[in-house]
Design a protein around this ligand. Structure first.
Ligand SMILES: Cc1ncc(COP(=O)(O)O)c(C=O)c1O
Length: 455
């Protein structure tokens, strides 16, 4: 790296997440300067297909003029106003009404925050507040899946079931419990059917609830599809059974739609795709198509009535952050939803599912590919050492990262989650661009296989 380049200046000044900070000092970053549609361009003029929508978020692609125009208009009209102390503004009201109207289950009120982490963090706080209001302060523990990702505040890093949010940070906090990930390909016993696998996991969850004591458990958090853990689609029957258990033991269900919200899986919400009826629902990312930070937490009437009563008793609802329901962010999000509806993005995704997932499934014949899984325009391609035994690669090889690096050289940005390649392209991707994405991915897989055979 020459000292005056953007790469070198970055290495000298910026800290990056999900990055080996020491190696970054030598490698530096890929510097992206601009984007259009599903394409981004780096500071050397190289073009890439952004097959991860950045971090699963820029659903409407780059250069959406309607969002830019709304943001500029709102900044001129009312750049900021809080939602605290009985104040409000039209953008927040309109967005809340719209979210309640399109929610996949009956919801009563909307709380705004600035990121998925914050909204999930607030959902934890509301679960605790709710049970205090119900006269059951002992219900404090939170359940979630191993491999789930729910964010990176102290509470949501604890809620997450991935090691990297815990290791070195003295987390998880006590009371954040993780149950087995419903990952059939990795977790099933030899010869076990999907139904038997789901039933076994559900029996384990019930045993855990009983062992911990249902009167100590506040809520269960789940993603409809476990995205950052490796795009894991829970087997049929799993969520039906889980919801029965949660009702039986009076445990709240929080659905984390941060990745799956807004047409990603072919319905406006992943809860519809996976038959989930939650008490609380969190969305972010595609809510504004990532044009501006915003998240939302919807709660049902049962939760709202209890917390309203509790705030009356305490005199005030003590949750607040300066930028909750920021007028510019809420206006942009309202416009993004208008676009999803005007252009019927759920239908568009359902149409593109066949070329996208079907095209990826053709890669299952590739010697490196163990399983392709996903829904809509969300997919994981798991690389394995042995296709018949499903034996993974030994970790030092880091095949996923090697393959993602090769893909990037061929103008395709995806994300390696262990040895699963995650793909989550902007929803505006065309069939021609899907074909190009698949072509580049196959080239990357072939070159990865060749690298391995030389090693
Ligand atoms: C399912 C899920 N929940 C929550 C989050 C956290 O959202 P944010 O990064 O906006 O805080 C993420 C981020 O990737 C996510 O994938």
């Amino acid at each position: 790296m020459k000292p005056d380049t953007l790469e070198a200046r970055d290495a000298r000044s910026v800290i990056h997440g999900l990055t080996n900070l020491k190696r970054h000092l030598e490698l530096g970053p890929t510097v992206i300067e601009r984007g259009h549609g599903v394409w981004v361009v780096d500071n050397h003029g190289r073009e890439y297909i952004e097959a991860m929508s950045g971090l699963w978020c820029i659903a409407l692609g780059y250069g959406e003029q309607r969002l830019a125009a709304v943001a500029a208009r709102q900044m001129e009209q009312l750049a900021y106003y809080p939602l605290t102390s009985h104040k409000s503004h039209p953008s927040a009201i309109e967005l809340a009404e719209k979210l309640l109207a399109i929610a996949p289950a009956p919801m009563s009120r909307v709380w705004f925050a600035n990121s998925g982490s914050e909204a999930n963090d607030c959902a934890v706080r509301l679960a605790w507040y709710y049970w205090n209001a119900m006269g059951k302060p002992g219900k404090r523990k939170l359940l979630s899946h191993h491999l789930a990702y729910h964010g990176n505040t102290i509470a949501t890093a604890s809620l997450s079931g991935v090691n990297y949010t815990h290791e070195g940070f003295n987390l998880p906090l006590p009371g954040f419990l993780h149950v087995a990930c419903p990952h059939y390909y990795r977790g099933a016993r030899p010869g076990e059917s999907e139904t038997a696998f789901a039933q076994r996991l559900l029996a384990d969850i019930e045993a855990r609830i009983v062992a911990e004591g249902a009167d100590t458990i506040a809520a269960f958090f789940t993603e409809p599809i476990i995205a950052a853990g490796g795009v894991i689609v829970p087997p049929a029957g799993y969520f039906d059974g889980l919801q029965k258990l949660l009702r039986k033991y009076d445990i709240l269900l929080a659905c984390d739609e941060v990745v799956t919200g807004f047409a990603r899986t072919g319905n406006m919400f992943g809860a519809t795709t996976m038959n989930i009826v939650p008490d609380m629902l969190v969305c972010a990312k595609a809510l504004s198509s990532a044009y501006i930070p915003i998240s939302a937490l919807m709660i049902n009437e049962r939760v709202f009535q209890a917390i309203a009563r509790q705030s009356d008793e305490l005199g005030v609802f003590g949750l607040t952050m300066t930028y909750c329901g920021h007028p510019v962010a809420t206006a942009v999000a309202r416009e993004a939803i208008r676009i999803y509806e005007d252009e019927d993005f759920p239908a568009r995704v359902r149409q593109l599912e066949a070329p996208f997932l079907g095209g990826l499934r053709k890669l299952e014949s590739h010697p490196l590919v163990g399983e392709v899984r996903g829904r809509g325009l969300l997919a994981g391609v798991e690389l394995v050492r042995d296709k018949t035994t499903r034996e993974p690669f030994a970790r030092p090889q880091k095949i996923g990262a090697i393959c993602a690096g090769i893909a990037e050289k061929h103008g395709l940005i995806l994300r390696a989650i262990g040895d699963t390649l995650a793909l989550c392209p902007p929803l505006v991707i065309s069939e021609t661009e899907i074909a190009e994405l698949l072509k580049r991915l196959r080239t990357a897989l072939d070159e990865t296989a060749a690298t391995l055979s030389r090693a």
